[in-house]
Design a protein around this ligand. Structure first.
Ligand SMILES: Nc1nc2c(ncn2[C@@H]2O[C@H](COP(=O)(O)OP(=O)(O)O)[C@@H](O)[C@H]2O)c(=O)[nH]1
Ligand SMILES: [Mg+2]
Length: 363
């Protein structure tokens, strides 16, 4: 209650632009002071002063305190879960941009990708992460390293499950054992389910995991209940100035998205091991006037895979190129000229040097 009273006060301070305690009534001061001591020590000014400031010093300091630090909330929100539960779909939906590629196949996402949602008085830095798996290649180790980093940085955690996931199978729980930040368990894909099943699932998780901040059923793809999640996340963000400039939506450069869009088309067009054995490296990215010229190298592990990727008379690779170009043009809002080359990089998934060159680290 006190905290909520405080936010209202801060907001009213914002409207008048001056946040001057000297003109506040004694009641509003009494409401504000304990609230600041209780829950708002995070703002830089209070971190230094901590508690028990005499009232007159407190008043003077408050009048000088930087407004942005007091009024603004910002934090890192990491989305973790098993492969294919809809982590990338959820992040894209919340950020309102197609930042992460989405396919029906597991292990589509290989990196930690930040998607930033900016509001006037808040900034949420989401991290989409690879699905949690038992590593079989050095590549997987690097992918799990990205997950661990996202866990360590988080101010809030989203543990995404889908409606048909069984609690007993979840390797995520072990990872969350030492986590101290609020954890939301989201049950995704409820469009594939019914009321009774959803209620049973919520009750099941509630009984198993009492430490959760909240359990929220949703459908990321159908944008059902995503707003509820956003509101609850905002409520537990710490007070902090923005971490990134307010016009940024991601931490990744344009080249990264170019390679991801091509990789998505490879995941969608080929079966079995081809998508998992492929990596895309952008060797040239030049913006000239109204056109972007992109050169991409597609790496595969074996000569036989190169043949499959190119296809009869080059037809398969051409299809990938056409589909990728359409999406690249939509993403960058410009005409795109794309050339693709296929190369064999033997055992790239298990060779630290090659992995490093392709942007994977940490193992
Ligand atoms: N039916 C249904 N499918 C979804 C939903 N969210 C995601 N998906 C699908 O699940 C698959 C995996 O999604 P993705 O976001 O790539 O999962 P990730 O591996 O956890 O990042 C894709 O085919 C999505 O279209 C949802 O709310 N309902
Ligand atoms: Mg993903």
């Amino acid at each position: 209650m006190i905290i909520r009273g405080l936010s209202a006060l801060l907001r009213s301070g914002r409207r008048t632009r001056t946040f001057d305690l000297r003109v506040m009534s004694p009641t509003s001061y009494q409401l504000l002071y304990p609230a600041l001591l209780l829950g708002y020590k995070d703002a830089g000014f209070f971190r230094e002063k901590q508690v028990s400031l005499p009232k007159n010093i407190f008043m003077a300091e408050m009048a000088d305190a930087p407004q942005a630090a007091l009024l603004h909330k910002a934090g890192f929100v990491s989305i973790i879960g098993k492969p294919n539960v809809g982590k990338s779909t959820l992040m894209n939906q919340m950020v309102g941009e197609r930042l992460s590629i989405i396919t029906p196949k597991a292990q589509t996402t290989r990196h930690r990708i930040m998607g930033i949602l900016n509001g006037e008085d808040f900034q949420i830095v989401y991290s989409d992460t690879p699905g949690i798996i038992e590593p079989k290649y050095a590549l997987h180790q690097s992918m799990m390293h990205f997950v661990r980093m996202a866990l360590e940085d988080a101010d809030v955690l989203i543990w995404l499950t889908d409606i048909h996931e069984k609690h007993d199978e979840s390797p995520v729980q072990a990872l969350l054992q030492n986590v101290r930040v609020p954890v939301f368990l989201l049950i995704n894909k409820i469009d594939l389910s019914n009321q009774a099943e959803v209620e049973a699932k919520v009750a099941h998780w509630e009984a198993q995991l009492p430490f959760l901040k909240a359990i929220i059923p949703l459908s990321a793809r159908e944008n059902f209940n995503v707003d509820t999640v956003l509101q609850q996340i905002k409520d537990c963000l710490p007070e902090h100035p923005p971490f990134f400039s307010k016009d940024e939506v991601t931490d990744k450069p344009a080249r990264f998205f170019a390679s991801e869009i091509i990789r998505e088309k490879i995941f969608l067009n080929y079966k079995q091991e081809i998508p998992y054995s492929s990596e895309v490296v952008i060797t040239a990215f030049k913006e000239v006037k109204d056109i972007i010229r992109i050169s991409a190298e597609i790496m595969v592990e074996r000569v036989s895979q190169k043949g499959i990727l190119i296809g009869k008379g080059g037809a398969s690779l051409k299809k990938v190129g056409i589909e990728a170009r359409q999406d690249l043009e939509a993403f960058f809002g410009k005409q795109v000229f794309l050339e693709q080359f296929v190369k064999v990089e033997e055992r790239w998934r298990n060779e630290p040097k090659k992995l490093k060159r392709f942007g994977y680290s940490g193992g």
